[in-house]
Design a protein around this ligand. Sequence first.
Ligand code: BGC
Length: 708
Amino acid sequence: MTYSDKALIKEKVNSLLSKMTLNEKIGQLYQAPYFSDIVTGHSFDSSQTIKRIKGGMVGSILSVHDEDVIRKLQKTAVEESRLGIPLLFAFDVIHGYKTSFPINLALSNTWDETLVKKIAKAIAYETSHRGLHLTFSPMLDLVRDPRWGRVMESNGEDPYLSSILGKAYIEGYQQNDLSNSDSVAACAKHFIGYGHVEAGREYNTVDISKRVLYNMYLPQFKTAINANVSMIMTSFNTVFDVPATANKTLLKDILRDELKFKGVTISDYTSTEEIINHKIADDLKDVAKQCFNAGLDHEMVSESYIQHLNELVQEKTVSENDINESVKRMLSLKYELGLFDKPYAYLYENSNQYLLNESTVKLAREAAEKSIVMLKNDQILPISKDKKIVLCGPYVDSKDVIGEWAALCKKDDVTSIKEAFINSNYSNMNDETKDNVKNADIILMALGEPGSHAGEGNSKANIYLDKTQKEYFDSIRKINPNIVLIVFAGRPLIISHYHQYAKAILYAYQPGMETGNAIYNLVTGKVSPSAKLTMTLPYHEGQIPIYYNHYNTGRPYDEKRPKYRYNTRYIDCPNEPLYPFGYGLSYGNIKYLDFEIDKQIFKKYDKLSIKVTVENDNQYAVDEIVQCYIEAITYSVSRPVNELKSFKRVTFKPFEKKIIEFELSIEDFRAFNLNMEWTAEHRKYKVKVGPNSRDLISKKIEVVDEVS
Ligand code: BGC
């Protein structure tokens, strides 16, 4: 059954629904836990789960990944419940099931949607061959605060890039055919604003204006819906002072009415009952009433629906018709997945053979190579093989480079940097003795933060590398300053001190199992770095939140008068970040020579053609990510100083010059104006191109739209 069989699915769903009791319907709205080792909140007694499955009181199962258990539970549902409705098994497969790919924030540094789509397809293959039907991915939260541990799961700070990559994940997971047993359903999360938590503290309050919500946080979800995402998960936070899980404006007015989402909405882990702590509900019955009436279909692990929805229907405070609609959405998803025809289709004998395939591991290496950002290179990289090097630092032989949300990925599968050098027979590698450090041509040092310092529940107030590592770095640099520094982290850290002294810096985040091989290839020049940052790297913690697409102020900073007191600035720190969004170096010598736009006045229905001449002026073959931004010079409301609207990853041969073309439409100039109309006001704009969000060349254009 495919997406084109919608009418048939509808017929089957209606027929099944007509046979269901109210309790069986409510059961479809419950996601039960079952003795899982993965809990992200308080644990639940899952001893009731089997009994509930038999009674038709469970719709889906959370985080069970043992195939025998999946088989047992599915058999119970299909053979022992009255209607035999199969269960849906959902799991967080975020950046790899068994083959570990770089954490998602690192993957976004590739700016490569084709690669991300291939990776999602490979992840879906492993996941679906282990009995699972749905992954709680992609995470589409916009992130501006590196203290928040969950930045590692995101696509960074830009809504456009996040939309493009979010779509790639969804297409890769779902393959436009959920009944294909190599695909899994996708769940976009967290709806919405979770990345905006105050002070970067996990689960904290979110205070966001409607316009910022619409311009910055919604586009990713809009794109995900257009890409047919199956499910959307609500976030833990409040939006407009109401928890997202019980927020009718979000779930009905925006998601259903405006964005036309037809799939299933699911709460986050216990986020339904947490509305009691948010001081919105009195008790579990009130929770069920408020969340369900706000438009939430499926409840994750909390039991407010299974305990109270029936009673609420009898009292007529919840309508059975609404329950029918939610159940239909859930059953349709199960039909689309082909579960009614083949409830065990995703379970295989000897399923290990489907994991860690050679081609998948190769993809993991390519992803790692394309995701590691070279921030600095004072003519020290690449290392030629005759150089005497010392490998050192706590992360040089570490396997703690997979990152959080690692599903079944294991450290044992990781190749460390040191192992990669040994495997490649790099002959000039020396132990870390004082003499060797002194006499080395290059010190390759790896520092970082542990994987457990990022991810859910791991916000940090101090995002510097720890004191011991700083002292270590300083002690080595005093003996030999030729340091190539590799930084592993689940977030942007403050590395200003290292930037000052290291000769080269590779910001690796957590690249996964192919870490060592990828770094070996990059530092020895087998492959050129090509990644660019998707999250600003602050100069100092006190600048946070710091992001490229901020508004101007009434008293902008003036480079010509840096000390002028009454402009926006710090007296003890620059305004600028250490490295801006979009920044990253390669071994090429990339020059932006010129650019042309084909119109002075740009009207609705036109296409704006932009041509940029870019040259690689040296002997290395490299990829360059060419970026295109716009700026509204004036508007009825403040708009960001720069807004990314297009980009291209382009391969350059040695000494090659190319003309790169972009095409913008009127949509690219639009934003919500003072009256909350989605339009491009008739005004002057700038179109800009360049290698990052800071170093741009621009041209002016007049844009004419009508209110649509
Ligand atoms: C996280 C979600 C995740 C869910 C299920 C929650 O704590 O916020 O992102 O999908 O747990 O594991």
